[in-house]
Write a protein of this length. Sequence first.
Length: 269
Amino acid sequence: MMRFNDKTAYIPGGSSGIGLAIAKKLYSGGADVVIFSRNEDRLVKATNHIKDGVDEGGKIEYRQLDVSSFEDVKKVMEETVTKVGVPDILVNCAGRSYPGYFEDISYEQLDETMKINFYGVWNASAVLFPKMKSKGGHIINVSSMAGFIGVFGFTDYAASKFAVIGFSEALRSEGKKFGLKVSVLCPADTDTPAFEIENKNKPPETKAVSEAANLFTPEEIADALCKKIGSNTFLIIPGFMPKLTYHLKRLAPGLVEFIMDRIIRGVQK
Ligand SMILES: NC(=O)c1ccc[n+]([C@@H]2O[C@H](COP(=O)([O-])OP(=O)(O)OC[C@H]3O[C@@H](n4cnc5c(N)ncnc54)[C@H](OP(=O)(O)O)[C@@H]3O)[C@@H](O)[C@H]2O)c1
């Protein structure tokens, strides 16, 4: 059992899926946890789920906010810091994906995707970085494998998740002087409520690429992440095959493209 006693963790996107599994793992390890998201019913259910079956957890609270609104994030997070304290761990996990052919993706969808997946990460970091730097800590921004491979059907999503990695690498460099670590979590496909919805809308080519890879559980992703909290690892990529894919993409990008093209052509025939 990993222990996080005396740590405070903030998790935007902690009411469902990967964020919820991370919240439960940190809480079970003794951390005080605050989860943030929009829907209050889901926040209440998530809070009960996090406490369920845990005897020696820390404290758990929730707050409603929309990560895409800087004003909202600033107001809610500053109130939370006053009440709960500056976090030692910030996991920016709120996000969404609506796959589709590029020509079917509206400007409004692009705008929303960027505002939630990228601006959301920026907003929480902008409010908390100045506070966290006085005591050190760890900011973990959730990207995706689609943050280092542009996958068919994910044009807006990939743009937002590539942005998360570039932002995090630059912020990591600035955080070093203060002992504040910054990492990125890049999960492969994970069995969450969002993934279920995503599957209903995937173009067949995207589905075929996705089915060629393993599906992870949110608990496996949370486990891999929690082992790296406090470490200097920048890219946290859970699972052997996703890690291998990352290295292949760097060392032999043509090979990764060739494999994906073959899968895609198989569907388009
Ligand atoms: N599942 C996968 O296969 C997969 C793979 C790679 C990366 N990821 C990334 O992992 C993260 C979590 O995904 P998931 O699959 O666990 O999704 P999920 O089950 O739908 O959970 C998403 C969480 O984000 C919150 N959220 C969404 N929009 C928000 C907003 N505007 N403001 C505040 N909170 C918001 C949701 O709550 P409300 O809707 O109530 O606000 C929920 O708590 C995302 O960043 C996703 O891109 C997922």
